[in-house]
Ligand binder design. Structure first.
Ligand SMILES: NC(=O)c1ccc[n+]([C@@H]2O[C@H](COP(=O)([O-])OP(=O)(O)OC[C@H]3O[C@@H](n4cnc5c(N)ncnc54)[C@H](OP(=O)(O)O)[C@@H]3O)[C@@H](O)[C@H]2O)c1
Length: 265
């Protein structure tokens, strides 16, 4: 799997807040950063990276193409625009942000592959794709070209059918909103495990996702949270602890855009 296991997210973060968050993340050791055209922060992410002084080749930068650009005419120009904002020659990963209505997988996936062949992006993938949509994307360009499907996955939304299918296909699952935007940090079971292990609830949650084999991209505006979250990689949960967290699944979704969401698995 080529997608780094641990990155930092930037959804909702704008202007100086995103600059500070990305700079702090880089300083405490993150090397993968997740942005998107629709977040309106690519220029600030690029600025933070530039100011960090870290060599471009040490970093793994992901952006996502918004739904209105998922066609033959607009996809590549929009990615070039993202690169200009980021002030980079290439991104490491470009994702289709949402499958969206009124778009044609058979039209835009080959265009995304072309972007890779042109060197604008090292890898390509999708986000918010169901099993059926992922199959369609695989049929369009070959599943071997799809580096990841980034989907919402947390202890409260474990997405088991999709995760199983992706494992069979050899496609990395990237979990977004692994902390359910903070909700799971108030969970009694997770807090109990955290207390037993002398860890934070966030570390326990992130360790659970890492141990399941998912890549994660938790976000934070606070340096101390960014730093302690990263230490989740050192926490190894027991099988019993994993099973207790597995039991928390309640199909509770945070990101459910009425206009964009497919029929979830
Ligand atoms: N592909 C997609 O459609 C999609 C959709 C949503 C998100 N994403 C990506 O996934 C990333 C992660 O999702 P997210 O940012 O929405 O949610 P998240 O990572 O589940 O949760 C972030 C929230 O958790 C809090 N938090 C983080 N670490 C904490 C800690 N150690 N202790 C207490 N609170 C903590 C943060 O608050 P503080 O700032 O106060 O720490 C923030 O409010 C996004 O930033 C974005 O890059 C992708």
């Amino acid at each position: 799997m080529t997608v780094p296991a641990f990155g930092v997210g930037t959804f909702r973060l704008k202007e100086q807040v995103v600059i500070d968050s990305v700079k702090n993340a880089l300083e405490v050791g993150y090397r993968a950063i997740d942005t998107a055209q629709i977040y309106g922060n690519e220029a600030e992410v690029g600025q933070a990276i530039r100011e960090s002084g870290i060599a471009r080749e040490e970093l793994y930068v992901t952006t996502k193409v918004w739904v209105d650009k998922l066609n033959k005419n607009d996809l590549i120009p929009s990615l070039k625009e993202s690169l200009e904002k980021l002030d980079m020659d290439y991104v490491d990963l470009t994702l289709v942000h949402w499958p969206g209505p009124g778009t044609d997988i058979a039209e835009y996936m080959p265009e995304l592959l072309k972007a890779k062949e042109l060197g604008l992006t090292k890898e390509i993938g999708v986000s918010n794709f169901t099993i059926a949509l992922l199959k369609e994307a695989g049929d369009a360009i070959g599943m071997e070209h799809i580096a990841t499907n980034q989907v919402e996955l947390s202890p409260y939304l474990q997405n088991r059918k999709l995760a199983q299918f992706m494992q069979e296909q050899g496609v990395q699952l990237t979990s977004y909103m692994t902390l359910a935007y903070g909700k799971v940090l108030k969970d009694e079971t997770i807090i109990a495990i955290a207390n037993e292990r002398g860890a934070t609830a966030a570390q326990v949650t992130l360790a659970w996702a890492l141990q399941k084999g998912f890549a994660i991209i938790p976000s934070s505006t606070k340096r101390e949270n960014l730093e302690s979250n990263l230490k989740a990689a050192e926490l190894i949960l027991t099988q019993e602890e994993m099973t207790r967290i597995d039991a928390l699944d309640c199909n509770s979704r945070e990101a459910n855009s009425e206009s964009l969401a497919p029929e979830w698995d």
